[in-house]
Ligand binder design. Structure first.
Ligand code: P61
Length: 462
């Protein structure tokens, strides 16, 4: 009999394994209490399947590990830096690469160089570290993403798109002089790993050019976005992933990169720019905060593994399997009727805590409570992406507020199997069945910056 549909599998096999610990429910109940109901404060030894983040958690290939052995640890002019610079030029096209220890260091440098007090920075939904660095440089972030991004049930295929009307409104209201750049992310993290279309990016770039406004691209998950463009956007099917990436990057002036995601390494990042003068300023600043401009915060060996990862991650088979695994988990959860952000994004499945725990008001942090409950059920670690993550407005001190109240199940690359995804799905189904018993939380410790990392909570009425 001829099968209509043939299964696919990951384009690799496993060479080395890391044993996992399974804890008891009692142990987990104690661990989450000690962690102040914040999954960031758990010890990883107490975690079974770790879906906190896809950042720095990927498995490197045998080729990348070999790259580590070829580290040139010279203080200046390491050959690995030139490999990195060449890889960035080949895949992304930017002329200058300034290495940093990770993404937020690149955000710091570009924000300090381009933003001045009183400026506004429009973008397609905030990211925590990106917005903070923009604010610390004296700017105000303005969200100009399409409305669909804030609706978990909307099936719009490009929820990372910029709303052109909102963009034009901001330019009219503030004037181009007060807009140092547009901050545009590919595969928008906070709304569910949602892609921006090439067409929308081109339209935005045309408007920016007309007003002389720069575009700074957060390309942390650009490969994933390029894959979505190839799969979903009419007319893009025949292009390679790298061709699509290059078309996107050619529309922009600079890019910040956290290589801990797409690039399949455990640490690293960079700032990439085309303009010679801006590159010179950035190279001068990186020596103050990170290290010499040919290593940033990285060891030579890390730059070599990164250069190899840049090529590996842009292969179609890799990216199709990576996003395919995320989709698999999302589809399983939908079979159980669990409310998730639709369409399923590229780096994780996002539970809609507003609908999941409809009896808990947002000021009792339903997504935080859901992530804690899931951990207690099975040792699966997820992350809150709602009102806690959104933080407070710097000027008014009020909660920023967040229309989205999500729990992110983030899938590390090349780390877990389909069986792990099944265990995760079944645990979430179990929590879904007993959702009425989950209680809200109150915050008992709130750090000033990026509070979600270190905040502590306790259950209400306890
Ligand atoms: C993550 F809870 N992301 O998703 P760095 N831009 C983008 C990112 O996703 C990103 C950075 C810049 C992380 C780690 C993390 O609120 C959080 O290399 C789109 O982490 O400095 C990082 O890159 C920053 C988790 C960061 C968070 C901030 O899990």
């Amino acid at each position: 009999m001829k099968r209509e549909r043939r299964s696919w599998a990951e384009p690799w096999k496993i060479k080395m394994v890391e044993p996992l610990q399974v804890t008891t429910r009692e142990e987990r109940t104690k661990a989450i209490e000690e962690a102040g109901y914040n999954t960031f404060l758990l010890r990883s030894d107490d975690v079974y399947i770790d879906l906190l983040t896809d950042s720095g958690t990927s498995a490197m290939s045998d080729r990348q590990w070999s790259g580590l052995m070829m580290g040139d640890e010279s203080y200046a002019g390491s050959r690995n830096f030139f490999h990195l610079q060449d890889a960035v030029r080949d895949v992304y096209g930017y002329g200058h690469t300034i290495p940093t220890h990770q993404g937020r260091a690149a955000e710091h440098i570009i924000s300090q160089l381009l933003i001045k007090e009183g400026d506004v920075v429009p973008g397609n939904m905030y990211f925590t570290t990106t917005r903070l660095h923009q604010e610390m440089a004296g700017g105000k972030f303005i969200d100009i993403i399409v409305d669909e991004a804030n609706d978990p049930e909307s099936e719009f295929p490009f929820k990372g798109n910029i709303c052109l009307e909102k963009l034009n409104r901001v330019i009219n209201e503030y004037g181009a002089d007060r807009i140092p750049y547009l901050s545009i992310a590919t595969s928008v993290n906070m709304c569910g790993g949602q892609p921006i279309s090439l067409e929308n990016f081109q339209q935005v770039a045309a408007i920016a050019k007309q007003h002389g406004i720069k575009i700074v691209h957060d390309m942390t998950r650009c490969v994933e976005n390029a894959y979505m463009i190839k799969m979903r956007e009419p007319g893009q099917q025949d292009k390679s992933i790298v061709e699509i990436i290059r078309e996107i990057c050619d529309l922009t002036d600079a890019a910040t990169m956290s290589s801990k995601k797409d690039h399949l390494v455990n640490i690293g990042g960079f700032l990439a720019v085309n303009d010679d003068e801006l590159a010179e300023l950035a190279r001068n600043m990186v020596v103050v905060f990170e290290g010499l401009h040919t290593y940033g915060g990285m060891a030579g060996r890390d730059m070599e593994a990164l250069a190899i990862g840049i090529h590996e991650c842009s292969h179609f088979d890799h990216i199709a399997a990576r996003v395919g695994q995320v989709l698999y988990l999302g589809e399983r959860l939908q079979e159980f009727g669990v409310p998730v952000v639709r369409p399923i994004g590229t780096h994780g499945v996002f539970l809609d805590a507003r609908r999941f725990l409809a009896h808990i008001p947002q000021d009792q942090f339903p997504a935080q409570a859901l992530a804690a409950e899931l951990y207690v059920d099975s040792g699966v670690r997820a992350m809150e992406r709602g009102i806690v993550s959104a933080g407070r407005n710097h000027e008014t001190g009020e909660h920023h507020g967040s229309k989205l109240e999500l729990v992110r199940l983030t899938i590390p690359r090349r780390v877990y199997t389909q069986a792990h995804m099944d265990v995760v799905a079944e645990s979430i189904e179990e929590v879904w069945e007993m959702r009425d018993q989950v209680k809200g939380l109150e915050m008992i410790h709130e750090p000033k910056h990026l509070r979600f990392f270190q905040a502590r909570f306790r259950p209400v009425n306890k």
